[in-house]
Design a protein around this ligand. Structure first.
Ligand code: PMV
Length: 346
């Protein structure tokens, strides 16, 4: 090892799934392919300071304060990575992490934080081995390592659009890491906004891990995985041909299907809230009345993502301010858009 002390820092965004990953086999292997937009303003910034040591040690700070529960999760993940990165166990890690969005915003932060951590680890690895990766290999490895921390995080590594899971859309697609498809996007999708309505900012009552697990006994699982595969193809075709309406219809079906799966698992659960449904109703009415391509999606939570072309930002913003912000927790919404992917911080 040439260097005994190395500092690295990366900024990595969250992503919003268009076709959802819900159900996994073995170690973060998805039961169906998923496809997502990479976000821009919702990101994690992580600084990792690595010192070679006799034995493993971790100090973890979230927003400048020691955070035990995050530290436990990161430590577990680092131990599990031993097989791929054996140098981890002889390192003292000092990690500082912060998010661009309030932690209590109810936004899934695992995609941005686990991808930021994976990028830092791959960067450390290449410096420890004194063998810089080719850019493609670096990002593929970072996506692979991210996936082991949180499945959806593996898609955050790539600019604009990512596909994760074996699919006949692309010969290079894999269950083990995501691939970037940003350069295949039609010009109609080059500037897409994602306005995130924070309907409720408290932590969700059922974790994604439990949600994935419940798919094992969900009576609709087999047909869900088939529909998701078909939806990936539909969405991909709409994205490369520039068909916003076809894209938007599948986007909404996917979001509602995700929540329908929760409602029919055993035990069943509901993560949408009354204001989520009111917002959905208003969005559909606005789209019909104004003839504007504004569609919605949801993650595993009550918050609504409004997805629409950047060109219609002004009328949509006015609509959000007058009709939708009052449905949000403290009138809070996040004005995000499709982004260019992670950045190394020097
Ligand atoms: O990456 P996880 O295990 O937190 O699962 C994410 C699941 C969804 O956000 C609901 C869907 C997705 O594909 O991002």
């Amino acid at each position: 090892m040439n260097s005994k002390h190395i500092n690295v820092a990366w900024k990595s965004p969250s992503n919003i799934a268009i076709v959802k990953y819900w159900g996994k086999k073995s170690v973060q292997v998805p039961c169906n392919p998923s496809i997502s937009f990479t976000l821009d303003k919702s990101f994690t910034e992580m600084h990792v300071s690595f010192t070679q040591a006799e034995k493993f040690q971790l100090e973890f700070y979230f927003e400048d304060k020691p955070n035990k529960s995050f530290a436990r999760r990161i430590e577990k993940h680092l131990f599990e990575l031993d097989k791929y990165m054996p140098w981890i166990k002889s390192g003292h890690f000092l990690i500082h992490s912060k998010n661009s969005f309030p932690h209590s915003a109810g936004i899934a932060s695992s995609a941005s934080s686990m991808s930021a951590l994976a990028l830092c680890l791959c960067d450390l690895e290449s410096q420890i081995n004194s063998s810089p990766f080719e850019a493609n290999d670096f990002f593929n490895r970072a996506s692979f390592i991210s996936r082991l921390g949180s499945g959806s995080a593996c898609r955050s590594i790539f600019p604009k659009l990512a596909l994760w899971g074996k699919s006949n859309i692309h010969t290079l697609s894999s269950d083990l890491y995501a691939i970037g498809l940003g350069n295949e996007l039609n010009s109609a999708f080059q500037k897409v906004n994602d306005s995130i309505l924070i309907i409720n900012s408290t932590e969700k009552s059922v974790s994604s891990s439990l949600g994935h697990e419940l798919m094992q006994t969900n009576p609709y699982a087999t047909s869900r995985y088939q529909v998701a595969k078909e939806n990936c193809l539909k969405v991909y075709n709409a994205l490369v041909t520039g068909d916003f309406e076809k894209f938007g219809n599948t986007l909404e079906e996917e979001a509602l299907q995700l929540h329908a799966l929760m409602m029919c698992s055993s035990p069943s659960f509901i993560l949408m809230q009354p204001n989520s449904l009111i917002a959905i109703d208003k969005i559909r009415k606005f789209r019909k009345d104004q003839g504007l391509p504004v569609y919605f999606t949801l993650d595993a939570g009550p918050n609504i993502h409004l997805i629409y072309p950047g060109e219609i930002r002004e009328p949509v913003k006015a609509f959000i301010e007058s009709e939708l912000a009052p449905l949000c927790d403290g009138n809070y919404w996040i004005d995000d858009q499709i982004g260019e992917g992670p950045k190394k911080i020097n």
